[in-house]
Ligand binder design. Structure first.
Ligand SMILES: Cc1c2[nH]c(c1CCC(=O)O)Cc1[nH]c(c(CCC(=O)O)c1C)Cc1[nH]c(c(CCC(=O)O)c1C)Cc1[nH]c(c(C)c1CCC(=O)O)C2
Length: 398
């Protein structure tokens, strides 16, 4: 039986146990036909207020304020390693979750029930942006995201459009609900894919080994490639600004495929567009910090730009070098435990965690993995990573 058929057999009432009391407090009835309008009206209302922060450790690190432990969250913290997430996925398809603010907020809350993280990253995907620009995206069970009709040549750019920013309103609504629900206990993180990574997906049509199609574009059709990157950047500026207005307190840009380009080319086709996006967002929302995660060998470039408050370090990067740059450029760093370490014995996880904290120190540091969680990860092992981060950093901060 196909995934869609299996899902069709399940009851499709929206079950959001973790969100229930928040909905009651906000006066939203999830069983009414217009619950979406109810959420949207609250998010857009001029006098919307969020609960006072009780744990703003992550934001305090960015502002270099006093903390009593180092903050930790993990990329893909809402995902398939959680049995309760897999239960929800039996009933709803991946993009149905992304398009439903109640369900997206609910699954963002799931990991926080189990782990005392300091932040929650909103459940969504970087590919919702190409979707609203007019491209079809499907999530295939074993392959991941697939674009049935990728961009093949420059004339295909005509198929794309600049969407009304509110067409991604479900994401802002999910952020709004999540921030209401956590009642100040964690920081709310919004995110977007970087222009280069999104362009790669739109042209490769999914994951890739050689990146030959997108490389042909940038080297053969340079101006058209830049037109596409500019277009994506313009959409991202609006999208991220609206996420902040909806409730995001910090933003992470994911350039997952940065490492596929050489140094100069990454500047020309990658990072320069991230700088443009971040600078523009900062003009509108100077108080909101931005984390730049350029996976694969280009973090050194990221340190040099004032528009980024924090540099995400992937697991392959030398953390000592990152710590040195963090001092030199006065920037917070985030990362970078290899997700594979979570498969090791618990003692190894504790040891590696302590080592990272010894290298970076207990200021300017947000502890995280060096890439996202994997479906095969063990819950208890993630708990050990979180626990050791909090205990060890607290002992050093005393
Ligand atoms: C490249 C990329 C994508 N999506 C994302 C990136 C950048 C980060 C990175 O480098 O991994 C970002 C992303 N995707 C998802 C989040 C949610 C927030 C979080 O908890 O971190 C975030 C931040 C949910 C997701 N996005 C996806 C899942 C799993 C799909 C499912 O539930 O079936 C989740 C929880 C699917 C997805 N989405 C994407 C891929 C390659 C895949 C398939 C990989 C996989 O299957 O794990 C595109």
């Amino acid at each position: 039986m196909s995934e869609a058929d299996k899902q069709a057999e399940q009851p499709r009432t929206i079950e959001v146990p973790l969100l229930q009391s928040t909905l009651a407090r906000l006066g939203i009835d999830k069983n009414s036909e217009n619950w979406r309008q109810q959420v949207r009206a609250l998010r857009q209302s001029k006098d919307q207020k969020f609960p006072v922060m009780k744990n703003d450790t992550l934001l305090r690190v960015i502002k270099r304020e006093k903390i009593d432990h180092l903050p930790i969250w993990v990329m893909r913290q809402a995902g398939r390693y959680l049995p309760e997430f897999r239960e929800v996925r039996k009933i709803w398809s991946f993009f149905e979750l992304c398009d439903n603010p109640l369900l997206a907020a609910e699954v963002t809350l799931q990991p926080l029930e189990r782990f005392p993280m300091d932040a929650g990253i909103i459940f969504s995907d970087i590919l919702v942006v190409p979707k609203v620009m007019g491209m079809e995206v499907i999530m295939e069970e074993k392959r991941g995201p697939v674009f049935p009709q990728p961009l093949v040549e420059p004339s295909d750019l005509q198929k794309l459009s600049i969407p009304d920013p509110e067409s991604l309103g479900d994401v802002y609504d999910a952020l709004y609900l999540f921030r209401q629900a956590v009642e100040g206990k964690v920081t709310t993180i919004g995110f977007a894919g970087a222009p280069w990574t999104l362009m790669s997906y739109m042209i490769e049509g999914g994951g890739s080994k050689m990146f030959s199609k997108v490389k042909k574009w940038i080297f053969k059709w340079k101006e058209e490639s830049k037109k596409l990157l500019s277009m994506i950047s313009d959409v991202l500026i609006e999208y991220i600004s609206k996420q902040i207005e909806g409730g995001a307190q910090i933003i992470q840009l994911f350039d997952s495929w940065a490492g596929e380009l050489g140094h100069e080319d990454y500047w020309e086709f990658g990072l320069s567009y991230c700088v443009r996006v971040a600078t523009e967002v900062k003009k509108r929302h100077p108080e909101t910090p931005i984390i730049m995660f350029a996976k694969g060998n280009h973090s050194d470039m990221v340190f040099k730009h004032d528009c980024f408050d924090c540099v995400g370090i992937d697991y392959a990067w030398d953390l000592s070098l990152a710590a040195k740059y963090s001092q030199q450029y006065n920037k917070v760093i985030q990362g970078n435990l290899d997700p594979g370490v979570l498969l090791a014995e618990k003692d190894t996880i504790r040891e590696k965690t302590r080592k990272m904290i010894d290298i970076v120190g207990v200021d300017r540091y947000i502890v995280n993995l060096g890439h996202g969680m994997w479906p095969e990860h063990d819950l208890e092992h993630l708990a050990v990573f979180v626990d050791e981060t909090h205990k060890y950093s607290a002992s050093k901060l005393k």
